[in-house]
Each structure stands twice: as structure tokens, then as C-alpha cells.
Ligand binder design. Structure first.
Ligand SMILES: Cc1ncc(C[n+]2csc(CCOP(=O)(O)OP(=O)(O)O)c2C)c(N)n1
Ligand SMILES: [Mg+2]
Length: 655
């Protein structure tokens, strides 16, 4: 290793340890162990332009081992991103630019929020899919417009997560040759040695999944790491480079799990400095280091970006039409203006909302070439699929991703597609199995990105498949998750409005849409404007009323029938459809009170856990037990979701 590499790596190690000790919290183990990996990747390989953070063809870097944030912040600081030393000194402090784990949209240069192990590597697969699609669409001989790599740094913990197996298996199947995973293999994790937990052969495992595998035996050797990355770039498959490192290298307790996540005491930092023969003042990168990063990351990257801009300029002349289209992708300029072909449903007709969801999605895909996604082996049930055939090496322009039964990776991949830029990812499954992918929806919500999650079979009306397949608490789960818009539309009108809104521009939150297995009546009284406000009065009582029934989804038509029966008995109630609590809560006080008047007694009705409705209602008719296997026509009676049963419940508890 050259002396400059040693100087850079040692300064990352010492300053990193000092910053964590100053912060009184953080993870020195990975910083000390993986510093040579990050240094080599950034100074010799990665293409980034600090001048243009959003350069479309930059390499994407994903720190799947999010606890290594300090290392990433330091490298980005040295690379010329607007992260100052004062920001580093504020590591993990309130309001700082350098929070505990990397946060997308918060710190310059951070491509994705990470911390929950496994999410990063799975989303990187999505970034690689988006990159390959865009490359296939726009690259021409001599014009490599989108040909970037997606690099991941992961640790032992990432590889233990189930989501990682799902994602890697799919990446291998799809032959994502621009995906390069650098595995910080230090045989140690938080609670002890990895050997206490794992005995599989990583090389055999990843090769069996269709990956190439290279190994670097000495993780302190930047040249060896660099050579392996060079080889990885030549591969026709996704590549894992296992790099043997020593956790906490240079600390007195290096190689032990105790160095993973506790700041080093002052005397240990002194020991480290002595061990590395590092003599700069505290918190100091010396001139040589700064200059080296200036030249080899910042200037190199900015130059590569300039060259790319020239290529694109020439491309704009040689391929005018493609260039115009490329701009629409890059600047997110697609919008639906022509609604010809949007399915129309007559009032009074019957259709399941899942069928409507599928048809509207097909329409949207035909208008928006930047949407891409699919289902977890449930297209036949959810009706959700992408356009233009199945995506894969045979058809890189296919927009239908067959995820297989890999819900968790599917949702994280969907986030990666969206994060890449230029594309919007969507995915789909049975609502009950949203449990399998919820952490990725949470990530999307934290990142404020508009990933899309479409589910069918949204209540116990699934029927025969029984409690394992009958969702009860999942609606509550998403409604309780901050920054998630959950839509539960009642009929074709509401579903169409929800779908179009989900794909509209400017949403800084993910959208979850649920749909019914069974057919429902398409009502004359539902409307798109009301849907966008989250809730609206669908039926106004014919005489002054003191009561409102609030509901959503397939229970809306039922509640309208209940209101009719009540009127026949001189009880006058309004009926409110509330497809989105998230949007309703954002409305003005006046609007909210016009929908749910303060002086009304309010009953909520939904075939799901009652909990979220207590925010709005005095009395809730819900389902607070698991489902039971039986045909759907028995379900309504079993759970009291018939006109007569709800009528009685209203009369006994609300009136
Ligand atoms: C999903 C998830 N589970 C648990 C954690 C807590 N956690 C953070 S790092 C870590 C150990 C990971 O071990 P490894 O990847 O080997 O990191 P190293 O100790 O080598 O730095 C754990 C359990 C987490 N961040 N995410
Ligand atoms: Mg480890």
C-alpha cells in the first residue's frame, strides 16, 4: 500500500474514532475495519460529482451497514460534498447534518436511508434494475448514457437478513451485472463471533444464486481491493467481493465485538494513534489527504461528469427524439393529460376494486413509461403487473418485474427503483402479507419517497383461505405509520381517483392502496374530489341529522343501506366515506368539521381492527379477532356486517 493510501486510511481511522468518542456514541468497529474499503472505492473507482450531486449517471453508493455512517460522512466531506468539519464534529447531535445513521434527503451525497440491516442491499438491487432499464432504453453505440454501477458496503449482519437472500437471489436471476457488493467480512457482529451463528459457505451460497464472487484476504491492502473491484466491473453477473477485515483495527480490543458499537475511551484512542503512528492534531485530515481526495474523487468525478455532459450534448444532436425522451425521465416530466382509455364504470355496475386497480394501473403504465413494478407471484389475484413484458436479461425493456414470493425484497427493490431517479417503482401482494414487507414501506415513509404498494384481499372477506390470509390489523399498521398515505377506496370511482393520485407528481410520501377480493357496487355518489380530501359526505340525511356513520372500502355501500333503513325508521344519518385518514387529517378544521360535525354522534364501520377509528368516532363496529375459514357469504353474518346487524348495533349503542 502506498504511503498516501496509508495516510488517508489512518486519518479516516483516527478522526473517525475521535468523532465517535466526542459524540459519546457511534460504531467505531466498522470505521476502523472498513476504512481501506471506502478509501479505495472512493478514490479509485466511484464516479460521483460533488458539483452536481444528482448527476444522472453517477455511481450509486449504498451503505447497507448503516452503522458505518461516520465513515461515509468523512469520505463525503473529503470528496467535496457540503459537509464541513463542524458538521462532522456535530456527529449524532440534535439537528446535525450527520445523524446516527445515513438519512436520505438530509445529508448531501446520501443516496438512501439505511440502518435497518438488509434494506440497503435490497434497495441497491432496485437501483441496478432501474439503471439497466434506462441503459437499455437510451444507450447507443458510442453513447453510454446510463452505465453506472451500484456499489454496496455490507457487513455480516446484512447478509444474515432474510431480505438479503430474497434480493440477492433475484439479482442473480436478473443478471444485474452493474451491482457490486463489498462485504466487510470481519467474522464479528454485535453480540460476538459470527461463527456462533453462521456456518454456511458464503462463496458457494452467492455463486449458487448466480453471482460472481471474489475474495480479498487482506482488507488493509488497497491495491488488492482495487483489483477485485476492477475484476467485478468486468463480470456479466452481480458480484460480491468478500473482503477480510479486522473489526476495530488498531483498537486495543480489535477483533472483538466490544469494539462494534461503543465509543472508544480516550486512552484507547491514544493507543490507536500510537499503533498507527498517526501524529496529526485531533480531528485533522492533513493537507496531503485533502489534496488526494480533491484530485482523485472530486476533480476526477467532476471531470467524468463534464465528459458525460458532452456525450449527452452530442447525443442530443445524433438522437434528438431519444434525447427529448431522456430529459423527460431525468427531470420527471411525465404527466397524464389524455385520459382516453381510462376504464369507465357505470353507476350500479359491480366490480371488485382489485380488478379496477389492475385496469387503471394498465392505463397508467400505457401513459407513463417511467413506471415499473410487479407482484410477488400474485398478479393473477391482485391484477397488478407492469407493462411491456417481463423484465430480465432477455427483455431489459420489460417493465413487469416478476418478484417471485419475495415480498420484503420486492418492497425494498421498489424503493430502490424510485430512489434511482427517473423511475417510479410499484409492487403488490395480498394485503395480509404486507406484514412481510412493512419495514420497507417504513423506509419509504422515512425517506419521503413516493413508492407505491398495491394490495388486494383487504378484509376477512378473503373467506375460505382462513385466518392466515384474512387481514385484520394491517390497516391499523399502515395508518399508524407516519407519512404513509393508505387509501382504502370504496368503488371504481374512488379506486381510479386513488390510483391517479398515487402516480401524480410531488407526493413526498409512499402510497398504499388496498382493494377488495369481492365485487362491490359502483356508486353514483362517490367522487374523485372527495377522495383527495381523504373523507367526504357521500350521503346527506334528508332531514336535519345528529348522526354520522363513517366508513370506507367495501363497507360503504353497506352503510348506505343501513342509512336507508334508519331513515325508514325516522333516524336520520349522514354517511361519510373516508378512504384516507392521512389526507383527511391534513384538511382544514372547517372542512373536517363539515364532514364530521362536532355535534354529531359518530359511528365508524370497518371490517378491520377498530383501533384507528376511535380518533373520529364515538362507537366503532370493527373486527378485533382473527378471521375464520368460510365462504364469503357466511362472513358478513358471522361478523355482524349486515344491514340488520349494523342497524341494531346503531340503535343499541349510538342512538
Ligand atoms: C434489522 C436490524 N436488526 C438489528 C440491528 C442492530 N444492529 C446494528 S449493527 C448490528 C451487528 C451487525 O453485525 P455486522 O454487520 O457484522 O457489523 P460489524 O459488527 O461487523 O460492524 C446489529 C445487530 C439493525 N441495525 N438492523
Ligand atoms: Mg461483522
Amino acid at each position: 500500500m502506498s504511503s498516501i493510501d496509508t495516510n488517508c486510511v489512518n486519518s479516516l481511522r483516527v478522526v473517525g474514532a475521535e468523532l465517535i468518542t466526542k459524540a459519546k456514541s457511534g460504531h467505531p468497529g466498522i470505521v476502523l475495519g472498513a476504512a481501506p474499503i471506502m478509501h479505495t472505492l472512493f478514490t479509485r473507482h466511484i464516479k460521483l460529482s460533488p458539483n452536481d450531486e444528482n448527476w444522472f449517471n453517477r455511481d450509486r453508493f449504498v451503505l447497507s451497514a448503516g452503522h458505518g455512517s461516520t465513515l461515509l460522512y468523512m469520505v463525503l466531506h473529503l470528496s467535496g460534498y457540503p459537509i464541513k468539519m463542524s458538521d462532522l464534529l456535530n456527529l449524532r447531535q440534535k439537528g446535525s447534518l450527520t445523524p446516527g445513521h445515513p438519512e436520505y434527503g438530509h445529508t448531501p451525497g446520501i443516496e438512501i436511508t439505511t440502518g435497518p440491516l438488509g434494506q440497503g442491499i435490497a434497495s441497491a438491487v432496485g437501483m441496478a434494475i432501474a439503471g439497466s432499464y434506462l441503459g437499455a432504453k437510451f444507450n447507443k453505440p458510442d453513447y453510454d448514457i446510463v452505465d453506472h454501477y451500484v456499489y454496496v458496503l455490507c457487513g455480516d449482519g446484512d447478509l444474515q437478513e432474510g431480505i438479503t437472500q430474497e434480493a440477492m437471489s433475484l439479482a442473480g436471476h436478473l443478471g444485474l451485472n452493474k451491482l457490486i457488493v463489498l462485504y466487510d467480512s470481519n467474522d464479528v457482529q454485535l453480540d460476538g463471533d459470527v461463527a456462533q451463528t453462521n456456518s454456511e459457505n458464503t462463496e458457494m451460497k452467492v455463486k449458487a444464486m448466480g453471482w460472481d464472487y471474489f475474495k480479498v484476504n487482506d482488507g488493509n491492502n488497497c491495491d488488492d481491493i482495487s483489483k477485485a473491484i476492477d475484476m467485478a466491473k468486468q463480470s456479466t453477473k452481480p458480484v460480491m467481493i468478500e473482503i477480510k477485515t479486522i473489526i476495530g483495527y488498531g483498537a486495543p480490543n480489535s477483533g472483538e465485538s466490544s469494539v462494534h458499537g461503543k465509543p472508544m475511551p480516550e486512552e484507547d484512542v491514544k493507543y490507536l494513534r500510537k499503533f498507527l503512528e498517526y501524529n496529526e492534531p485531533e480531528f485533522t485530515f492533513n493537507e496531503e489527504v485533502i489534496k488526494y481526495y480533491d484530485e482523485n474523487v472530486k476533480n476526477r468525478g467532476n471531470n467524468e461528469c463534464d465528459t458525460w455532459n458532452q456525450t449527452v450534448h452530442a447525443y442530443s444532436r445524433a438522437y434528438k427524439e431519444e434525447y427529448d425522451e431522456l430529459c423527460k425521465f431525468m427531470y420527471d416530466e411525465f404527466e397524464i393529460s389524455d385520459y382516453t382509455g381510462l376504464p369507465v364504470y357505470e353507476a350500479g355496475s359491480k366490480e371488485s376494486t382489485r380488478k379496477v386497480m389492475g385496469k387503471v394501473l394498465d392505463f397508467i403504465s400505457s401513459r407513463l413509461p417511467n413506471v415499473m413494478g410487479g407482484s410477488a407471484d400474485l398478479t393473477a389475484s391482485t391484477m397488478v403487473k407492469g407493462a411491456d413484458g417481463i423484465y430480465g436479461t432477455q427483455n431489459p425493456l420489460g417493465r413487469n418485474i416478476k418478484f417471485g414470493v419475495r415480498e420484503h425484497a420486492m418492497a425494498a427493490i421498489c424503493n430502490g427503483i424510485t430512489l434511482h431517479g427517473g423511475m417510479r417503482g410499484f409492487c403488490s401482494g395480498f394485503f395480509v402479507f404486507s406484514d412481510y414487507l412493512k419495514p420497507a414501506v417504513r423506509q419509504a415513509a422515512i425517506m419521503h419517497i413516493p413508492s407505491l404498494f398495491f394490495f388486494s384481499h383487504d378484509t376477512v372477506c378473503v373467506g375460505e383461505d382462513g385466518p392466515t390470509h384474512q387481514p385484520v390489523e394491517q390497516l391499523t399498521m399502515f395508518r399508524a405509520t407516519p407519512n404513509v398515505n393508505l387509501y382504502r377506496p370504496a368503488d371504481a370511482t374512488e379506486m381510479t381517483a386513488a390510483m391517479l393520485d398515487a402516480f401524480s407528481k410531488g407526493n413526498d410520501y409512499p402510497t398504499v392502496i388496498t382493494s377488495s377480493r369481492q365485487a362491490v357496487v359502483n356508486l353514483a355518489s362517490t367522487n374523485a374530489e372527495g377522495v383527495k380530501k381523504g373523507a367526504y359526505v357521500v350521503y346527506k340525511a334528508t332531514k336535519p341529522s345528529k348522526y354520522t356513520i363513517v366508513t370506507c372500502g367495501t363497507e360503504l355501500s353497506l352503510c348506505l343501506d343501513v342509512a336507508k333503513k334508519l331513515e325508514e325508521n325516522q333516524v336520520y344519518v349522514n354517511v361519510v366515506s373516508m378512504p384516507s385518514m392521512f389526507l383527511f387529517d391534513k384538511q382544514s378544521k372547517e372542512y373536517k368539521e363539515s364532514v364530521l360535525p362536532k355535534d354529531h354522534k359518530i359511528m365508524a364501520v370497518e371490517m378491520g381492527a377498530s383501533m384507528p377509528w376511535y380518533k373520529y368516532a364515538d362507537y366503532v363496529k370493527g373486527i378485533d379477532e382473527f378471521g375464520k375459514s368460510m365462504p364469503i357469504n357466511h362472513i358478513f353474518g358471522e361478523y355482524g356486517f349486515t344491514v340488520d346487524a349494523i342497524y341494531d348495533e346503531f340503535m343499541n349503542n349510538v342512538k
